[in-house]
Design a protein around this ligand. Structure first.
Ligand code: G16
Length: 543
């Protein structure tokens, strides 16, 4: 406690309230040192309580360069347990060092963490993105972790999914290699199995958002050699996430900077976000952009895995329960396709990987994706072990069932089981397109998205909006939902909802309808209702 008290004095809390949002704390970087220091303490306490390694990542992901943030990983590699978010909020908002010490003591008592013990054997893995403020904030995190008496393994620049992957690998029993090299090797070797002798159809162009994904993708490509042809753009010279990256491409539905029509017409393109935990594909034809968002990726993955399960011999492996998890942002056409054409169960959760991940864990094979490109496929441990233990001669020439089994084994190693990962996601999309001998048009033809639009409304206090029913309806202000309902009812195939963002200081509005014009109109009308009921003094902005 003494060490915490000494160190805490160097990280005074600025004025204001810090709140643990959709994926941790996120705000203007200069306000964050005290919060990050305290998150260091918290994630060290979590490691001590669990007697296993945890993780801390310095990143503000899709936000602009001036922002930063912190994401926390549990020993499973998943996001910090929701039950501990309360502690995170309490620690971040303690006004004085004494108050902080009191809260730490409370947590230790409640969670039965002994004051002394074999602390130095417990480790927190630390990673950071390429923001200018990230190295300084990593130092604040180290101070917090060490003040709590726990060892730091500083891994330097990493993508968020790499950090989560390495935490999971660190804690696996029996132990798995937990080096970046092992991560790349696992992705590269499983991709090799998946693509076999299939040929790619030309180079894919990657928009790396000027983020940490650029150098990591380049390393991955060096491991793959001629197996994957890719050109990386927005590789770090320009401004992070500015008119580029997965969030920009998906929300604006515009080409990112460094991509133009007609030069890039017909090319297969993919966009990562600032910390490479999201991906969306896109293409451009005659100046018009086609988006292949998280929903389209979920459909592609679901049908591919479904086909593999049909190809293996009937039994415990083929009879896996398969389900898809989405949020309210999922395009209505994708949900309909997954339910009716693929015949799969669809669950809907509130926004946030932490919710989707938990819901996906209920299935033997749980595919989860947010429309914004966050997602992965989870394999239940017992089911995955059956697949890995199933005998194969290792000879792909032995027939369809053998090949399918080898591919399922490769999928278990390719797909990040801790959190959605743009690098492994790109490899899986590329492998499936090759396997199907598909161009993007073939993928696009699976179903037609309803036109959709997202807007941001800037209000004085976004917390004024409270939602319910997986964020599809507004609870407060009470007179807002009836207005939205009446508006939506006037549009054919209309659907709209609003929710406060947990990463940006805005309220988000989503709308879809039968035509592009109707969608635009519906989105603006709903945004106006939101502004009228919760807008106070600030102006309305749209993206
Ligand atoms: C984070 C979360 C995602 C969420 C996104 C936007 O992503 O991990 O689950 O969809 O924020 O959240 P909100 O709409 O609440 O702002 P990232 O990529 O920014 O870390």
């Amino acid at each position: 406690m003494e060490k915490i008290a000494q160190q805490a004095a160097g990280f005074p809390k600025p004025e204001g309230v810090f709140s643990y949002g959709t994926a941790g704390f996120r705000t203007e970087a200069s306000l964050l040192p005290s919060t990050v220091f305290r998150c260091g303490i918290l994630i060290a306490l979590r490691a001590l309580q669990q007697k296993a390694a945890t993780g801390l990542m310095i990143t503000a992901s899709h936000n602009p360069e001036a922002d930063n943030g912190v994401k926390l990983a549990d020993p499973t590699g998943g996001m910090l347990s929701i039950a501990w978010e309360v502690y995170a909020n309490e620690l971040a908002n303690a006004e004085t060092v004494d108050a902080l010490i009191g809260l730490v003591a409370d947590i230790m008592q409640k969670e039965e963490i002994p004051e002394a013990g074999a602390r130095s054997e417990i480790t927190v893995l630390l990673g950071r993105d390429t923001r200018k403020s990230s190295a300084g904030l990593a130092a604040a995190a180290i101070a917090g972790i060490e003040a709590a008496g726990v060892r730091v393994l500083d891994l330097g620049l990493l993508t968020t999914p790499q950090l989560h992957y390495l935490v999971r690998a660190y804690n696996r029993v029996p132990a798995e290699a937990h080096t970046e090299e092992a991560y790349f090797e696992s992705l590269a070797s499983s991709f090799r199995v998946l693509v076999g002798k299939t040929q790619g159809s030309g180079a894919v162009i990657c928009d790396a958002a000027n983020g940490v994904g650029a150098s990591k993708m380049t390393t991955l490509l060096s491991k793959l050699g001629p197996l994957l042809e890719m050109e990386v753009r927005n590789e770090g010279k320009g401004a992070l996430n500015s008119n580029c990256g997965a969030d920009f491409v998906q929300k604006e539905q515009k080409l990112p900077t460094a991509f133009e029509s007609p030069r890039d017409d017909g090319r297969r393109c993919v966009s990562l976000d600032g910390d490479a935990d999201r991906l969306v594909y896109f293409s451009c034809e005659n100046g018009e952009m086609r988006l292949f968002d998280g929903d389209k990726i979920a459909v592609l993955f679901s049908s591919y895995i479904g086909a593999l399960l049909k190809a293996v011999p009937k039994g415990e492996i083929s009879s896996a329960s398969v389900g898809v998890v989405q949020t309210a942002y999922a395009n209505g056409s994708s949900t309909e396709y997954i339910r009716s054409t693929l015949g799969l169960q669809v669950e809907t959760t509130p926004t946030g990987v932490k919710f989707l991940h938990r819901a996906a864990e209920e299935f033997d094979v749980g595919i989860y994706f947010e429309a914004n490109g966050h997602g992965t496929v989870l394999f239940k441990e017992e089911w995955a072990q059956k697949v890995l233990a199933a005998p194969t001669g290792g000879d792909a020439a032995e027939g369809e069932a053998e090949v399918a089994l080898l591919k399922l084994k490769a999928l278990i190693r390719l797909i990040n089981q801790a959190v959605g990962d743009a690098l492994s996601g790109v490899l899986l999309v590329e492998a499936i397109l090759r396997h199907n001998c598909w161009e993007l048009q073939d993928w696009d033809a699976l179903y037609t998205d309803l036109p959709s639009r997202q807007l941001k409304v800037k209000v004085a206090d976004r917390a004024k909006i409270e939602t319910m029913d997986a964020e599809t309806r507004v609870r407060h202000p009470a007179d807002l939902q009836p207005l939205i309902d009446a508006t939506v009812a006037r549009y054919s195939q209309g659907r709209a909802f609003t929710r406060p963002s947990g990463t940006e200081d805005v309220v988000r509005v989503y709308a879809e309808a039968a035509t592009r014009a109707e969608t635009e109109e519906l989105a603006v009308e709903v945004a106006r209702h939101v502004y009228d009921k919760a807008g106070d003094s600030q102006e309305q902005t749209t993206e």
